[in-house]
Write a new protein. Structure first.
Length: 794
């Protein structure tokens, strides 16, 4: 820093210091006026005087009261908009010339147009003129639509300010950055932060930039327009090659930190198996499955480059929903969006597998007792009971169906002679009518009945949770699950009754044909399922009826399953998928990182808990230890964020890169301005870069995107449902949308203590956010930084 300032630069500081004093004096005057402008006392005095006033004076007193009431009402409306904070009233100063008139504007988070201020303070979020500040630089001419008129002008002055506790501490101008060191003003010699450089040039050995430089290379080197996986087959390391060529049978777990090549290895393994045994592993006999559409799209476009054609990756929820709707056509096709967390966690817990198996076994036993009750009193009854015993080992519903066909003389059971006599037929028909009327026409209703009974019978639910998962769920959580299940159950019953009503049927048909207004479609009242119910119903179907089948009746079976981002799958989902593989020759590749568990409803903390209920041997390969995506600096930060909860103890980067940039702002508007300038500069210098601006919550992403749109940032996309195009540009989204993906640059725009506290879920989310960065990472925040971030050195 320089210890002295040139006169022209000193005049800049003098101007801003004087302006701040005048603004603060004006705000204090406004505050004092508000405190003294209480007219209610005067109104009450006038009201009381009416009792003693002469008749001819009453109209004048009433008129005066009405005037004071009107003034008071206007004051109240004004008071509803808080004044700017006198200790930090604004963060930017702009001077513009329009139609020969020069005026100054201050940008802050609250507006004030009082005559006591030297110039207006405008709200950067709502004032139309604020877009001039964000879109243009000092010296630029502009043409903008402001309201209903087009205005032309010139930006004469544009300064960014930092005001701490009422004191001006930083001024950023076109001439440079000026800092108050506590005793005097100095000019900083450090350039303004920039994003630059990226894919392909990030590994230059001569790389050396300051911590506040965003970007590290040239816009013309090393980029590709398609941001899908590059050809890396020649770069496979020995550890990855071992995983790729591992024997095909069994369950193989590939684990490792973010960017260590798990997806790459899993995809190459699939290609390897299909090339080694094309007669066994072919297009329709393999299935990659993931949770998100972005990763599914990514995989589907990468596999052809590995020689695997026509093998699209399935999105688990879409796939399981189609299977469930095909087999359970009477159940709702709409899903609720507000399932209680306790219900999600319970329905995805491993104990459900033991609970459901017990329930199905109990139904088999109950039916055996019913048989004994109905047939023990006749001479042929013992043969029927013996036939039931010989079918032991057959699943519940097929066992009942087989017994029925044998009784009717349409099938055989070992060497037993058919007991097709009138007494036996009569008793069988009575038993079916009373206990299992859906046996032949709607066998799936047995599954629905068990599913309902498990969830809506409180004593059954509580008992199962306490026996199979002791201490896992509190009394309050179980009460919440039970109440939620009952609410959904009764909605389905009500809908069933309404379906029999002709008028309701007609209205529903019109609604489906969009002949009635959307608000009349009863969206809030219609029955819905939780997304987790699809898995439970299909699991019960497999336990009670048998393997899933395709539409034509052919067995739905896959000879190899590839499950990516496996840490987000639950034990119930793993079990359902594993049941789709050949029992004697299962072949499954799981790829995941337990440090990236961010989906709700996942109580398992490690792979043992997640996979233990499968009752299958799982081969856990040594974790992949080399991180190829992110730089050493990013990986060190990720390690600090996840802390002692990490499962990836040994994890190394292949290269160094730009230091992590961490910047704090007093106002969201200042943060946005900073981001706008960095992104605009990068877009000009490096048009082929991919940038992710990440937030924890979608609402925050919306606000940032709106601000960037107002600032006219180019090549901007708001990603809401993982619709990533994998092309260069700037994508604003929440962290959960980016699982499994990478970007040249990442900006975490809300790295504050309130957004990312020190709980475990916050650790996982922030870990995922920072490890999306391939080349450079910035952390922006207003207020205190997240406690998960390491404290700055020095």
């Amino acid at each position: 820093m320089s210890a002295s300032l040139a006169p022209e630069l000193q005049s800049v500081l003098d101007e801003e210091l004087s302006l701040l004093r005048k603004v603060q004096q004006g705000l204090l005057t406004l505050t004092a006026e508000e405190d003294s402008a209480n007219l209610y006392h005067d109104i009450i005095e006038l009201r009381d005087s009416l009792g003693e006033a002469q008749r001819q004076d009453v109209p004048a007193i009433m008129a005066q009261m009405e005037r004071l009431i009107l003034i008071t009402h206007q004051q109240d409306k004004f008071r509803k908009t808080p004044l700017p904070d006198v200790n930090a009233p604004y963060f930017a100063h702009m001077r513009i010339r329009e139609n020969g008139r020069v005026r100054d504007l201050l940008l802050g988070s609250r507006h004030s147009l009082s005559r006591h201020l030297p110039c207006p303070i405008i709200d950067w979020k709502n004032a139309p003129i604020s877009k001039v500040f964000y879109r243009y630089r000092e010296g630029d001419e502009y043409v903008e639509q402001i309201g209903e008129r087009e205005v032309e002008g010139e930006v004469l002055l544009r300064r960014v300010l930092r005001i701490n506790e009422g004191q001006l501490t930083q001024v950023v101008t076109a001439e440079g950055v000026f800092l108050w060191n506590g005793s005097k003003w100095e000019r900083s010699e450090v350039n303004l932060p920039q994003l630059e450089g990226g894919g392909g040039v990030a590994m230059r050995p001569d790389y050396a930039t300051a911590a506040d430089q965003f970007g590290i290379g040239s816009a013309t080197l090393g980029y590709q327009a398609d941001k899908h996986l590059q050809e890396i087959t020649a770069l496979i390391d020995p550890q990855q090659f071992e995983a790729i060529t591992h024997p095909e049978s069994g369950i193989l777990l590939i684990q490792g930190g973010a960017g260590s090549g798990k997806t790459t290895v899993a995809l190459h393994r699939l290609a390897y198996l299909m090339s080694k045994q094309p007669g066994y592993f072919f297009t329709n006999s393999v299935m990659p499955v993931v949770f998100g559409p972005a990763l599914a799209n990514y995989i589907s476009k990468v596999l052809p480059s590995l020689g695997v054609e026509d093998v699209p990756a399935k999105i688990y929820q879409q796939w399981v929903s189609r299977q469930r709707q095909r087999l359970f056509q009477k159940l709702p096709r709409v899903y609720t969006e507000n399932t209680p967390v306790a219900a999600i966690e319970l329905k995805r817990h491993a104990f459900v597998l033991h609970w459901f198996a017990e329930e199905v076994a109990s139904r088999v036993q109950d039916f055996g007792e019913e048989l004994e009750h109905h047939f023990s009193g006749i001479s042929e009854g013992q043969v029927v009971l013996k036939a039931w015993e010989q079918l032991e080992g057959t699943l519940w519903v097929p066992r009942m169906q087989h017994l029925g066909r044998w009784i009717q003389g349409r099938d055989r059971i070992g060497n037993l002679k058919s007991a097709r006599t009138p007494p036996v037929l009569q008793r069988w028909e009575k038993l079916v009518e009373e206990r299992v009327p859906e046996l032949e026409e709607q066998p799936e209703q047995f599954v629905v009945q068990v599913w309902d009974d498990c969830l809506i019978r409180k004593e059954t639910l509580v008992s199962a949770a306490q026996r199979f998962a002791p201490g896992e769920f509190s009394e309050g959580e179980l009460e919440s699950v039970w109440a939620w299940a009952n609410r959904q159950y009764h909605k389905r019953l009500e809908a069933e009754r309404m379906r029999n009503d002709f008028a309701w049927k007609r209205l529903q048909q019109e609604a489906e044909q969009e002949q009635v207004a959307p608000q009349l479609r009863f969206q809030e009242e219609q029955p819905m399922l939780d997304e987790e119910d699809d898995t439970l119903l299909l699991l019960l179907y497999q336990m009670a009826i048998g393997p899933l089948r395709r539409k034509q009746g052919k067995l739905l079976q896959y000879r190899h399953l590839l499950v990516d981002e496996a840490q987000d799958f639950s034990p119930t989902e793993f079990k359902l998928l594993l049941n789709l593989t050949p029992p004697k020759r299962p072949s499954v590749t799981l790829a995941g990182d337990m440090d990236q568990r961010i989906m709700a409803g996942r109580r398992h903390q490690n792979w043992t808990e997640a996979l233990g209920a499968l009752e299958q041997n799982v081969t856990e390969l040594e974790p992949l230890r080399i991180g190829y995506r992110s730089t050493h600096e990013v990986m060190e930060l990720a390690r600090a964020v996840i802390g002692e909860y990490s499962v990836n103890q040994d994890w190394e980067a292949t290269r160094h890169g730009a230091p992590i940039g961490q910047f704090v702002f007093q106002e969201p508007g200042a943060l946005l301005m900073f981001l706008v300038e960095a992104l605009e500069s990068l877009s000009i210098r490096e048009p082929h870069a991919s940038v992710a601006v990440l937030t924890r919550h979608p609402e925050t992403a919306n606000a940032i995107h709106e601000g960037l749109v107002r600032a006219d940032v180019s090549n901007l996309r708001r990603i809401r449902d993982q619709e990533f195009p994998f092309t260069p540009g700037i994508e604003v989204t929440d962290v959960a949308q980016t699982k499994g993906l990478e970007f040249d640059y990442v900006v975490v725009a809300d790295a504050d203590a309130q957004t990312y506290p020190s709980d475990l879920r916050s650790r996982h989310l922030l870990y995922v956010a920072v490890t999306r960065a391939a080349h450079q990472l910035w952390l922006l925040h207003c207020g205190n930084p997240s406690p998960l971030l390491p404290k700055p050195q020095g």
